[in-house]
Write a protein that binds this ligand. Structure first.
Ligand code: GLA
Length: 343
């Protein structure tokens, strides 16, 4: 067992955007997230206060918590869940002082939660514990499910723990096999905030996930992505929509990975837009304002665009030719007040 060390230990973990394969990481699908050049930078040091002190530069806040205090619906929960897990594993012992600085927008669909937990685990493991990215991702998912109470899939944690900067991570969410693919020269994935805020822990994520599980059970499959389109007519309208999304999105994400490998970015863009339409109509996780922005993003020259992450607001991603990227973003931001370029 490693001894508890004083530190300081540092971990820097990126946010991610999901390019395609949305709402299928718990339905048995292939997903394609990409780490982004926005990061959480976390420092950990053992203290002798008998409590955890969590400091956020972004929120200009410092909070103290008992070592076993439950989640409090507070930003520091993501750090504390990681610290409690690390203490249970014997990676660290005693109270910890953790400072975080982040450029990942919160509540935007760019995985600030997963990045915070993964950074905490990395800084807790320090140099003494082997940090296999899959093991770290699974631990981070368990913390988000059990400590935070959000029944998320594995995409975000794998993207930020195993992804390579600037490359898309094709992740098989059943086997957790993954492979990174570079974005072809001449193209950029532009990530913008819509100006519509959202929160994951407000129950809508859980409801959608439960609907997918009910649909899979009624269709007699373990994973909704394995259902057959011809069978979904037996479901009521909203469950049929969830099933149609999962089945068609699984097909789109497979085709998108092939398109990326073949540098067929026109096809990739079309698949992104089709994904958005399915998220809007069948999964029902978009909002009218983002539907409008996505239409304009394409009208202004993007090869494709879609809402990203869990949805209900937050960011969207568009595929644009590099030479057009700045002009395109300026035009979109001029047309939609509140839209902000992230990367
Ligand atoms: C959130 C969850 C992920 C995934 C996406 C939707 O980001 O954390 O596991 O389900 O929503 O694709």
């Amino acid at each position: 067992m490693p001894t508890a060390e004083a530190g300081p230990y540092r971990a820097t973990v990126p946010g991610r955007v999901n390019l395609i394969g949305e709402w299928i990481d718990f339905n048995g699908g292939l997903v394609l997230p990409m780490p982004l050049p926005v990061v959480i930078d976390l420092h950990r040091q053992t203290n002798d206060l008998g409590l955890d002190r969590i400091i956020s530069e972004q929120f200009e806040e410092s909070c103290d918590f008992g070592l076993e205090a439950a989640a409090a619906g507070h930003w520091s929960d993501y750090v504390r869940g990681g610290l409690q897990y690390a203490r249970e594993k014997g990676w660290i012992s005693g109270g910890q002082t953790v400072s975080i600085a982040s450029t990942i927008p919160v509540g935007a669909g760019l995985s600030s939660s997963a990045a915070t937990i993964v950074a905490t685990l990395r800084a807790a493991a320090s140099d003494t514990i082997p940090v296999d990215p899959v093991a770290i991702a699974l631990a981070a998912q368990a913390i988000e499910n059990d400590f935070i109470g959000v029944p998320c899939g594995i995409m975000d944690q794998m993207a930020v723990a195993a992804g390579q900067p600037g490359a898309a991570l094709a992740l098989d969410t059943r086997s957790l096999h993954y492979q990174s693919h570079e974005v072809p020269d001449g193209w950029r994935f532009m990530v913008l905030h819509s100006g519509v805020s959202r929160a994951l822990s407000d129950g809508r994520y859980k409801t959608r996930r439960e609907e997918c599980m009910v649909a899979a059970t009624r269709l007699g499959v373990d994973y909704l992505c394995d259902a057959k389109l011809e069978d979904i007519a037996s479901l009521d309208v909203s469950l049929a929509g969830r099933a149609r999304h999962a089945i068609t999105e699984a097909d789109r994400s497979r085709r998108a990975v092939d398109a990326l490998i073949a540098s067929d970015m026109t096809l990739f863009g079309q698949l992104m837009t089709d994904s958005h339409i399915s998220l809007q109509a069948d999964m029902q996780v978009s909002v009218p304002r983002i539907d409008e922005i996505v239409r304009d993003a394409i009208a202004l020259g993007a090869a494709g665009a879609r809402i990203t992450g869990a949805g209900f607001g937050g960011c969207f991603v568009a595929l644009v030719e590099s030479t057009q990227a700045e002009q395109w973003a300026d035009a979109l931001v001029r047309r939609h007040r509140g839209v902000k370029l992230i990367v």
